[in-house]
Design a binder for this molecule. Structure first.
Ligand SMILES: [Zn+2]
Length: 298
């Protein structure tokens, strides 16, 4: 019996738990509503205990909402730390699971983990340097540099960068509780809803909201390009279901780079350079399986 891998995509509204080996081989999957840490994590443990009665599971990968501590040398490794999510501040996520399940556990941000899924099976196959951005309830970004998930003092917070905010063009103040008009404060789903009075999915495709949104995202992306030199920029999340954003973002990124960066990715292949995730909404859970595989391979 060959071993399977476990994955957890831990989100603010739901947790997805699965076991399998990849996109075409998911043996079991369960959605658990995110309530209190005690309740949610105990349902997660029960799912994997049941699976372990039937299967050999080699490792578990977790991609989680945060902020979190993914530094294996830190005393609080495996915790969700200063999250705005009520009740989850300083939750020892990995430790609680480890107490019951004797498995190697990999733990990283939802975006870094989704990036691993896209690298193994999706839009960034084989790439060592790329960005994975998600634009939804919040804006988060991760990815790989030199083949390693981006991590340092903590993890990147790409959604909270400062971008030019021309109040004459956009008088909306912004909604980030920490920075007001950072990228997330101006361009997340809730920011769009507050600015225009309708949730993103109800705004018509031709609404001027999308040009502004594409502009903000393009400004952020040119900063990421300048700093980490990604070979690909994957953008997922609920807001990006508005497919009309992609051509607008690509065009604006080219305009803003202004021929300064002369790579074939940008000049000749912008359509695949800035791209939706090939795994769609499955990047997160498949990335968690990819992380578990990495735990065993490395
Ligand atoms: Zn912010």
């Amino acid at each position: 019996m060959s071993a399977l891998y476990g994955g957890i995509e831990a989100g603010g509204t739901k947790f997805i738990c699965a076991i399998g080996t990849g996109p075409n081989d998911i043996r079991s999957e369960k959605i658990i509503q995110t309530t209190t840490p005690d309740e949610t994590i105990s349902h997660v443990i029960t799912f994997f205990q049941k699976q372990l009665e039937m299967h050999d599971i080699a490792a578990l990968g977790i991609g989680s909402f945060g902020p979190l501590d993914a530094d294996p040398y830190s005393p609080t490794y495996g915790s969700i730390t200063s999250t705005p999510k009520k009740g989850w501040v300083n939750t020892d996520f990995v430790g609680t699971i480890h107490q019951v399940l004797d498995l190697p556990i990999g733990f990283d941000t939802d975006v870094n983990v989704a990036a691993l899924g896209e690298r193994m099976w999706g839009a960034a196959k084989g790439l060592d340097n790329f960005i994975y951005l998600t634009v939804g309830t919040g804006i988060g970004g991760g990815g790989l540099v030199n083949g390693q998930s981006i991590r340092g003092m903590m993890h990147p917070e790409m959604g909270h960068i400062r971008i030019p905010h021309d109040l004459k063009k956009d008088s909306f103040k912004g909604i980030c509780p920490y920075h007001v008009d950072c990228l997330e404060g101006l361009a997340s789903g809730p920011a769009i809803e507050k600015r225009w009075g309708s949730p993103p999915e109800e705004l018509p495709k031709g609404h001027k909201a999308w040009k502004l949104e594409a502009d903000y995202l393009a400004l952020a992306i040119v900063n990421y390009i300048a700093i980490t030199s990604p070979k690909c920029v994957i953008i997922g999340g609920g807001v990006m279901n508005q497919q009309q954003l992609f051509p607008m973002i690509r065009e604006r990124v080219k305009e803003l780079l202004n021929n300064y960066i002369q790579t074939t990715e940008v000049i000749d292949h912008i359509d695949t350079y800035i791209t939706p995730p090939a795994l769609g909404e499955r990047s997160g859970i498949l990335g968690a399986i990819a992380l578990a595989r990495k735990m065993v391979d490395s």
